[in-house]
Ligand binder design. Sequence first.
Ligand code: MN
Length: 309
Amino acid sequence: MSSSIHMTPEQYAECRHHSQITPPLALTAREATLGEGMKIRRLLPHRQQRMIGAWCFFDHAGPADVSQGSGVRVGPHPHTGLQTFSWMIEGEILHRDSLGVKQLLTQGQVNLMTAGRGISHSEESPEQRSPQLQLAQFWIALPDEKRFIEPAFEHYPELPKVALEQAQLTLLVGEMFGHVSPVAVHTPLLGADITSQAATTLNLPLNPAFEYGIAVLTGSATVEDQQLQPGTLLYLGKGRSQIDLAVLEASQIILIGGEPFAEEIMLYWNFVARNKTEVLEFIQLWKETDHFGQVVGYDGEPLAAPDLR
Ligand code: MN
């Protein structure tokens, strides 16, 4: 019996390729409390990794009991230069915006609001609602040539679903397993929700040109010997063509990715800008003009922009 220690040229290329892959980086979320005790884990931006592709903001809110009091109430506020992407895991939120849109977002649905040059909106728990609320909220930075486009709003009542072993993958943004999400974005991007009822191992195809982040919302999993628990975003840089995701128990997991964003952004309050001068201009437009329009029907005051000095 003989065996060769020599690698084939293909194996050698694969090995060199692997040596260029950076090890995963575990990013710890910052925790905050919104209103009447809804816990939020802010996974992006993180000081060690500001963005993943064009994903520049990632909050995991809840699960929280919103059966008492008035639940979530976020008054009218402006956005620029981004798309807000809301993925409802449990419960309901009522969205209103300055385009005149009033849209209830319920479990398994996505709201995509394109701010472009400017929009304002409010978010509130509807009067008739489920006791539990849990959602993932993201911002997607718009590239320079698209960041002043006209504002728009889309509601996606259903997203493509893929059955995998014990799990179900919902394709939020981009392409995977031959499915394409209808969610309209402006840079190469991927977003997926993986929900499993039991322990299982999944092999996920990746795009080597993309960087990725993976976060467990509930449950636990391991990727490349890194244990994943709620409150951690595991950053995976470019160069991977696949990952093995070992789901250790019933879990809900988010995978995001994209081509590294080519531009430096400045994120301040609800604005995505490029520099301080722009931010100051957006603050002034919010304070002194009707640039962001009016949100009709929200019972409460607009939010005040924090001063930037
Ligand atoms: Mn908002």
